[in-house]
Design a protein around this ligand. Structure first.
Ligand SMILES: [Fe+2]
Length: 361
């Protein structure tokens, strides 16, 4: 039965041979183009649409929308773009990129210019399911957008962590700001070093490792001092093996500890693995094991507990192309969740694993 709202879809997302489970309409929703049960050919549809103007969109019911958008006929990149646009993520990272590329720091590195960005990030955290925001975060990005996307991602992740810790609104906002600006010192580093598509030399590594110091210098006296300290200390480790100061334990403040987790999560999830895009679930174990003794344990546990909760019950596409649902994510074996597929319940393994988490909303 047809139900729910009509949603807009570009006609190029449909494919030849798709059998319609529901009616599809023209871009205004007023004219029935093809009835349920018909088999689509794009040519047939485009011809029909020609009668109703140049708009290349159609309207379909919610269920059909979800079905089409989660089908592998629609490339992951396209789905990603749609989600990023709908969340407003694209706009936000472009705005950040524009600000960061301006050499006039006095003009934009101030409360007046940063406040709308903080409000927008905080607003998205209220409006969207964290999984939808995480699906924007968990995606490969072009090198020239790395800094703006990473800054936005760390802002979102800082905001999520702050909310999960029940911090007051004001602190949530300060942590979002710390996320946006923690790597701002990277704008002082020559691009050919920052975006070098090769292994860096020892000297170049030294230059890169100066970025928290530059962030500190740029942020002096401009915002809440916690923002500056989070930026300076986000690469410090509790065991004293971090940089730039090599401080340890209590010398690393809470804002820096939270920002460090967001920073590492984003770096881990954006790195490619042999299977292609890395799923967030694969990263949970790395965060749990590899950073033992280096990141704040209780903050990591809060992060993982909440992440596991958010991903539980989400729909996934399995390696055999069929859909399932995450029933349970083991704490110390998160990349082998328990999945329900039709009537079967079993744990994933190397042959049967989650290929994708469906996050279309
Ligand atoms: Fe950094």
């Amino acid at each position: 039965m047809s139900s729910g709202q009509l949603r807009t879809l570009p006609v190029e997302y449909l494919w030849d041979g798709l059998v319609l489970k529901d009616d599809i309409f023209n871009y205004t929703g007023a004219v029935l183009l093809l009835p349920k049960g018909e088999t689509i050919t794009r040519a047939k549809l485009e011809k029909l649409m020609g009668f109703y103007g140049d708009n290349k969109n159609i309207m379909v019911y919610e269920d059909t929308y979800l079905e089409i958008m989660s089908d592998e006929h629609v490339p992951l990149e396209i789905r990603q773009k749609v989600t990023e646009n709908q969340v407003g993520y694209t706009r936000l990272h472009k705005d950040i990129g524009t600000l960061f590329s301006s050499p006039d720091y006095e003009y934009w590195l101030n409360g007046e210019k940063m406040e709308p960005l903080i409000q927008q990030v905080a607003g998205k955290l209220e409006d969207f399911d964290p999984i939808t925001i995480l699906s924007c975060i968990n995606f490969p990005r072009p090198m020239d957008e790395e800094l703006q996307r990473h800054s936005l991602n760390v802002a979102f992740l800082n905001g999520m962590q702050a909310e999960w810790l029940n911090l007051p609104k004001e602190e949530v906002n300060t942590l979002v700001l710390a996320g946006l600006l923690h790597d701002i010192g990277k704008t002082m580093i020559p691009e050919e070093i920052l975006n070098a598509p090769r292994r860096l030399t020892e000297d170049e590594m030294k230059i890169i490792r100066m970025h928290p110091v530059y962030s500190d210098e740029l942020l002096q006296g401009k915002f809440d001092d916690n923002v500056r300290l989070a930026a300076r200390h986000h690469h410090e480790k509790l065991d004293g093996m971090g940089y730039p100061d090599g401080i340890a334990e209590d010398d690393i403040g809470m804002y820096a500890r939270i920002t460090a987790i967001s920073d590492i999560y984003d770096a881990m999830v954006s790195a490619r693995s042999y299977k292609g895009a890395r799923l967030p679930l694969d990263v949970f174990d790395m965060l749990y094991e590899e950073e033992f003794g280096r990141l704040d344990r209780s903050l990591v546990m809060s992060f993982l507990k909440n992440m596991r909760e958010k991903y539980t019950n989400k729909q996934v596409v399995m390696s055999n192309g069929r859909r399932g649902r995450i029933l349970f994510i083991p704490l110390n074996d998160a990349d082998h969740p328990i999945i329900r597929q039709d009537d079967e319940i079993r744990q994933t393994d190397d042959e049967w694993y989650c290929r994708e988490i469906i996050s279309i909303f």
